[in-house]
Each structure stands twice: as structure tokens, then as C-alpha cells.
Design a protein around this ligand. Structure first.
Ligand code: SAH
Length: 272
């Protein structure tokens, strides 16, 4: 189950061929893995138009320019870390979503990826990584909830070693396929399993980023953080906040609450 990815870049192609029927199911995608506006430090309304699948090729996507615009918008929304902005400029987000949604890939919204899950909103990805690496240069991170692999790709542009774990088998396979197609500066290892237990065999981590919300952050993850390391995770049920936890000693952690968000749930076990 544990396979190292990279180096093996190969030609890009059409990705994410999951059934269209899965696009409409599950939680409202625009409300998953997103910031809740109006309660965060920067309030700027996001797009609210409904998602309309666009047939491939009907509007040619200039992805470089679209990403540049996305990065400008992230700056306006308060993202300042140049390492994060550069990584967001590099990663082709449109290759991580179904081709019918590619024309929406650079809007500031979550999008469905099948299995009732979403690719995180660009702002959320940029914000979580900015908080994770603020004032430091972590080398090894764990991501819980690989989804389609987008955030792992962004992380691999910022640091050397990314371990990402996904509990839904179809998404684990999607993340691996998507990440294998990119030339990434850092190494990414994709693991199929329950990320609530972390990856004790690879711990300690300089950073841990959790892409799904639990009522409480699992103690196993706090224990796998290196001293001085940071964990960023959404926490809560119907109302959620991003939480930053810094490990200050063997059995001491500092906790800080950040933006109001809404994420898909952190669930135990695995799913085929
Ligand atoms: N990182 C993704 C976000 C994916 S959505 C991105 O780049 O956009 C969150 C993901 O967390 C879902 O794929 C969901 O299946 C996964 N997840 C939820 N609980 C989990 C658990 N206990 N272990 C691993 N993955 C989990």
C-alpha cells in the first residue's frame, strides 16, 4: 500500500475520470473545505454562482494566466508568504478536478472530486500552509486527507518530504495518479489508511495539516508532532474553526483558534 512517488514524471493527460453522476451528490461542494466569510480576518465575497459543468474545450483555458489571477486574489485576501504564493502559481489545479469542471478550477471555491469529498478552496490551502510554515522551514510534513492530491502537490513545492494519507480507496488511487503526473521538487508518499492514527512509523513530523474536520484533534497526531512543530486543522461540528497547535515540549502544546471554516468530516476507518 505504501508507495513512494516521484521521480517519474510522465506526459500530462486527461485526469480524474470518475462518473459525472457523483458530481451532484453529497454535501454542497461550494461549502466544503472553505472559509466562512464574514467571520475571518479578511472578508471578501467569493463566487456564488452555481456550478455548471462546461464541456471540455468549449472555453480554452489559459491556465498560466488563470493561476496568476488566482495568486493576485490570494494576495488581496491576505496571503503573504511568497513560498506559498509561488507554489500556488506552479500547481495546475485544473488537472486535479474532472475535466468538466476545469474551467472553474481557478475560482476561489471547493469543487467536488467524487466520493462526496471536495478539493479544498485555494484560499484554504494557501492559508493552512502559510500558518504551518510561518517563520520556519519544515522539512517533513504529514497531510491527513489527501483527496485528489492537490494540497500535497502544493506542499511538495514548499518542502522536501510530504506524507499524505487518505481513507477512501478511490481517492487514494486518484491522488497517486494525479501526483505521479507532475514533476514536483519534493517527494510525496501517498498512503491508504485512517489518518486519525497518523503515521507513527514516519513520525515525528515538523508539520501536520489536516484536511477534514473532527470534533477534536486526535491525540495520536499531537503525539507525532516534533517539538517546535505545528499542526493546522479544522475542528468542530456544525461550526468549525481552523486551529493552530504548536508542540512546545514533551507533553505541552499551545493552541490558537483562527478562521471560521467548513470542512468535510474526519471519519474513522477506511472505505472501499
Ligand atoms: N487535501 C485535499 C482535501 C480533500 S477533502 C485537497 O487537496 O483538496 C478531505 C479528505 O479527507 C477527503 O478525501 C476524505 O476522504 C479524507 N479523510 C477524512 N477522514 C480521514 C481519515 N481519518 N484519514 C484519512 N483521510 C480522511
Amino acid at each position: 500500500m505504501r508507495k513512494p512517488l516521484n521521480p517519474s514524471p510522465f506526459a500530462s493527460g486527461t485526469l480524474n475520470r470518475f462518473g459525472r453522476s457523483s458530481l451532484g451528490s453529497g454535501p454542497s461542494p461550494a461549502n466544503s473545505n472553505t472559509r466562512i466569510l464574514g467571520t475571518g480576518p479578511v472578508a471578501r465575497p467569493g463566487p456564488s454562482s452555481p456550478l455548471r459543468p462546461v464541456s471540455p474545450g468549449s472555453s480554452p483555458l489559459n491556465s498560466d494566466r488563470a493561476r496568476e489571477r488566482m495568486v493576485s486574489r490570494l494576495r488581496e485576501q491576505g496571503i503573504e508568504d511568497e513560498r506559498v504564493l509561488a507554489a500556488m502559481r506552479e500547481v495546475p489545479r485544473h488537472l486535479f478536478v474532472d475535466e468538466g469542471l476545469a474551467s472553474h478550477a481557478y475560482e476561489d471555491r471547493a469543487l467536488p472530486i467524487g466520493h462526496e469529498q471536495t478539493i479544498s478552496q485555494p484560499w484554504v490551502v494557501a492559508r493552512m500552509i502559510s500558518v504551518l510554515i510561518e517563520g520556519r522551514e519544515p522539512a517533513k510534513v504529514l497531510e491527513v486527507g489527501a483527496g485528489c492530491g492537490y494540497q500535497a502537490a502544493v506542499l511538495a513545492h514548499v518542502l522536501r518530504e510530504v506524507h499524505t494519507i487518505e481513507r477512501v480507496h478511490g481517492l487514494y488511487e486518484m491522488a497517486r495518479a494525479n501526483l505521479q503526473k507532475l514533476r514536483l521538487p519534493g517527494r510525496v508518499r501517498v498512503v491508504f489508511g485512517d489518518g486519525m492514527a497518523g503515521l507513527p512509523g514516519s513520525a515525528p513530523f515538523d508539520g501536520i495539516v489536516v484536511a477534514a474536520a473532527g470534533l477534536k484533534i486526535p491525540q495520536a497526531l499531537l503525539d507525532q508532532l516534533a517539538i517546535g512543530g505545528r499542526l493546522v486543522a479544522p475542528e468542530g461540528g456544525s461550526t468549525q474553526r481552523l486551529v493552530l497547535i504548536e508542540r512546545t515540549g514533551n507533553s505541552t502544546w499551545n493552541r490558537q483558534e483562527l478562521d471560521a471554516v467548513r470542512f468535510v468530516p474526519l471519519r474513522p476507518g477506511t472505505q472501499y
